[in-house]
Design a protein around this ligand. Structure first.
Ligand code: ZN
Length: 314
């Protein structure tokens, strides 16, 4: 009966290997849990790289002026999508057209989410278009290369904490700049459309708040919070800045600022505008990358990352 002992041996081996596999899986599960808890504690604000953010700004500036509807802004979108996807984000193009003082124009917002089961409840936003000038070459290093670079680098560090990243929706607005002046029908094309869609889909209430970045690269950085800054977000940003010993870079502005946070605040989503509006080259051909510093981008990005990781969802 040679078969039976062989069978038994096989059974015995089988039981041993089953045990071994089980033990290995348990070890793997523990290791996975360790990895998860380690990633939960990761100090992403320390990982935020001003140099990496500045390299994104350089890449966009190299594409030249990027007004809506141009080949350069389409190339900018391709760049943003590539960077976001390589950090693990899924990107949706929100395309629409609107009437402008220059006739009907096409715009595309980019919306990025992380993870399959993500139900984002917080917005992090920047516009990525540059203002249209007929007789000047305007590359918008600070407006809005800087904030777009910060948002891309924020996407990379958020991805180090997948659970946190899944709570944040990144929004890159097209058409922030007015062709003439900010009115109900000129400027904020992307954020007005995004807000309108949220209301139409009854999704505004899903978002507890948001941060908008705009002009955050000035070498001498002072974020000038507009008077309409939501109080909870303001104290949270101040607390984050305090914790990182960067509080001196944040103050209040004495006048209202119309920006992409305005349409979002109007639909009941409190959004704070992190903007340094004291920037002499604003809307001039001198808004070039030599006016920016990696350190200013890092200050803004680190404070936002700290706020998101430590305060926003507590
Ligand atoms: Zn501008």
């Amino acid at each position: 009966m040679p078969a039976k002992p062989g069978f038994l041996r096989h059974r015995a081996r089988s039981a041993r290997s089953t045990f071994a596999i089980l033990a290995l899986s348990l070890l793997a599960a523990c290791d996975h849990a360790n990895t998860e808890s380690r990633s939960d504690q990761r100090k992403i604000w320390e990982d935020f790289s001003g140099d990496k953010a500045l390299a994104h700004v350089q890449a966009m500036v190299d594409l030249g002026p990027r007004p809506p509807g141009t080949e350069a802004i389409e190339k900018t979108r391709a760049y943003l999508i590539k960077q976001l996807e390589s950090a693990g984000w899924k990107v949706e193009r929100q395309s629409f057209s609107d009437h402008t003082p220059r006739g009907k124009m096409q715009f595309v917002n980019l919306l990025a989410t992380f993870g399959a089961q993500g139900a984002p409840s917080f917005l992090a936003c920047s516009h990525y278009d540059t203002k249209t000038f007929d007789n000047a070459r305007f590359v918008g290093a600070n407006d809005a290369g800087s904030s777009t670079g910060v948002l891309l680098e924020l996407a990379r560090v958020l991805a180090e904490r997948p659970e946190l990243a899944s709570k944040v929706k990144l929004v890159f607005f097209d058409g922030e700049e007015a062709y003439e002046n900010f009115t109900e029908t000129d400027g904020l094309f992307g954020s007005r459309y995004f807000a309108k869609q949220l209301v139409a889909q009854d999704k505004a209430k899903l978002f507890r708040g948001g941060i908008l970045f705009d002009m955050v690269g000035d070498r001498s950085l002072t974020i000038t919070l507009p008077p309409d800054s939501p109080p909870d977000l303001t104290s949270g940003i101040f607390a984050a800045a305090d914790a990182l010993k960067l509080r001196k870079h944040f103050t209040y502005f004495d006048r209202d600022i119309t920006d992409d946070h305005t349409p979002l605040n109007e639909i009941g989503i409190p959004v704070i505008d992190l903007i340094d509006f004291e920037y002499p080259p604003w809307h001039t051909p001198d808004d070039t990358i030599d006016k920016l510093s990696a350190e200013s981008l890092r200050i803004t990005g680190a404070v936002a990352a700290y706020y998101l990781a430590e305060l926003a969802f507590k």
